[in-house]
Design a protein around this ligand. Structure first.
Ligand code: NZQ
Ligand code: ZN
Length: 382
């Protein structure tokens, strides 16, 4: 009889959710801390968040580093690392979406490391310590604000690598949904789809009788479907509140406790971003439906359960459920292939296959199946 695996669970991140919570950072960061304020390309200067933060930090010692790009690059982070080390900074305040937060997590583990810190990302050496990280979230998508995961890109080797450690879970995260008002539609759709796929990766395998995890996963998925159906209300407070919390819960760790998981969509997606610099969520929408079709037999029971409990579909096949997921992505203008994204590359399959051996093997997919998936991900080039 299938059953849940054993698990340990510890969530050290203090979450402050709602408007006007940003000023709290003054009390949350120790007075003697030497802070690096880390942010991206400047959206926080346009939407007033930077001004609020500098106001809140007026009695703290802090320096800043800006320019963390989407899919944060090792070279950029190494420049920030110099500032941290040269000025003995000891607290990272990451203000942004997943890219800035993940960049902050990298700085946290690299600050006191004496070797090549890329080894820590690849897991060649264990992560022994990390500086504390605090987060002001500006984009709801990754769940990075309260999880122990980070993803860093290295352009010279075309790598996008993920690392995990309980030591990089942020100490606190401010989740103020009003900050989402300045997000472009593309980022809102990306965030919704990233969260949707996060739940799927932890839910769409085979049943193990996990009543709580399944029920909660379905609640998060239903919320995301509702937010997609009501996308025209995206500037309403309640819409943003729900997306921010759904995305957080999708990858805070709770729905994945003790259940089998399959992160193959993300494994392929990271390669697509490394090769073509595509937004993370868009790599997922162009991969997941094809991957599900290839694993439809192994995942049939959970697909039907998802169809019933999330989309209200009965008397349908697992393939119909996959088509319904695909429709969700289309409704949000997400691509279903590289061609949809405007990338016409006849060599795409070979390039992706050449990179895959470095990733963990994909669950229930043999080489022929992988090629079928990738041909569909590439799309019809001519
Ligand atoms: O850089 P700025 O100017 O701030 O602009 C950003 C960026 O261009 C903009 N933005 C963010 N908040 C905004 C805003 N624009 C207007 N108003 C706001 N309030 O949005 C753009 C994208 O930001 P980014 O941080 O890259 O997006 P996201 O949160 O989707 O993060 C993607 C990164 O997270 C990784 C992805 O691989 C990718 O590198 N992931 C991290 C995970 C984790 N740590 O658990 C899991 C995920 O599966 C994912 O892999
Ligand atoms: Zn993701």
């Amino acid at each position: 009889m299938p059953h849940l695996f054993n698990f340990d669970f510890h969530t050290p991140t203090d979450i402050y959710f709602g408007t006007d919570k940003l000023a709290k950072i003054a009390a949350l960061i120790p007075k003697q801390a030497r802070i690096l304020l880390l942010y991206g390309g400047g959206s926080i200067k346009k939407n007033g968040v930077y001004a609020q933060i500098t106001q809140a930090l007026q009695n703290h010692v802090w320096m800043e580093f800006s320019g963390i790009e989407p899919n944060p690059a090792l070279t950029t982070l190494n420049r920030a690392l110099e500032i941290v080390r040269n000025n003995q900074l000891d607290f990272i305040l990451a203000v942004g979406g997943g890219s800035v937060i993940d960049g902050g997590k990298f700085l946290a583990i690299a600050a006191q490391d004496t070797g090549d810190s890329w080894d820590l990302v690849l897991g060649k050496r264990p992560i022994e310590s990390a500086l504390p990280v605090g987060v002001v979230l500006t984009l709801a998508a990754t769940g990075s604000e309260s999880n122990g995961t980070a993803v860093i890109s290295r352009h010279d080797t075309h790598e996008k690598a993920v690392f995990h450690s309980p030591k990089i879970r942020p100490q606190f995260a401010i989740l103020d949904p009003s900050i989402m008002q300045s997000l472009p539609d593309r980022q809102l759709a990306n965030g919704l789809v990233d969260a949707f796929v996060h739940v799927c990766e932890q839910y769409l395998t085979y049943p193990v009788g996990a009543l709580i995890q399944d029920g909660y996963a379905e609640a998060v998925l239903r919320a995301l479907v509702h937010l997609s159906d009501t996308f025209e209300q995206r500037h309403e407070v309640v819409w943003c509140q729900n997306l921010m919390w759904a995305a957080n819960q999708a990858l805070s760790g709770i729905i994945g406790l003790g259940v089998p998981q399959d992160w193959a969509t993300h494994s392929i997606g990271r390669i697509l971003t490394a090769l073509y610099n595509i937004d993370h969520a868009r790599t997922l929408s162009m991969t997941q439906p094809w991957l599900l079709r290839e694993t439809v037999v192994a995942k049939e029971e959970k697909l039907l359960q998802l169809g019933r409990n999330v989309f209200g579909l009965s008397n349908v096949s697992a393939l119909d459920v996959i088509a319904r997921i695909e429709k969700l992505y289309c409704d949000l203008n997400m691509p279903l292939s590289l061609v949809d994204e405007g990338i016409l590359d006849e060599q795409a399959v070979d390039k992706i296959v050449a990179t895959l051996p470095a990733s963990p093997p994909l669950w229930k997919i043999d080489q022929a199946g992988l090629l079928r998936i990738l041909e569909n991900v590439r799309g019809k080039v001519s």
